[in-house]
Design a protein around this ligand. Structure first.
Ligand SMILES: [Zn+2]
Length: 95
């Protein structure tokens, strides 16, 4: 039986992305506010990468929430994934 990637691992990864994204965005913004006259490519790069990380983690959260809407087998009541055509427990066709 293949080891299933647990939802907790994915959640931890998304939270890490979110925290790094917010930190990079915040640090970049404060850096630009702090010294608006000097060349601040470093902070601009920080803001860009921070926003991308935030966006990616938000998309992942939305995708995870969509996947959580499960169906149940009408015969045995087993939880069925959205993409499954047959019940993994009793083999009943899902329609
Ligand atoms: Zn079933």
């Amino acid at each position: 039986m293949p080891k299933k990637k647990s939802a907790f691992d994915r959640y931890t990864w998304i939270v890490t992305e979110l925290v790094i994204g917010i930190a990079a965005l915040g640090y970049g913004l404060f850096g630009i506010i702090d010294r608006p006259t000097s060349s601040n490519y470093f902070f601009i790069i920080l803001i860009c990468s921070g926003s991308i990380l935030l966006l990616v983690s938000i998309i992942q959260i939305v995708m995870m929430r969509k996947k959580k809407i499960d169906k149940f087998c009408s015969k045995c009541g087993e939880k069925i994934k959205k993409e499954d055509d047959f019940c993994p427990k009793c083999g009943e066709k899902i329609g």
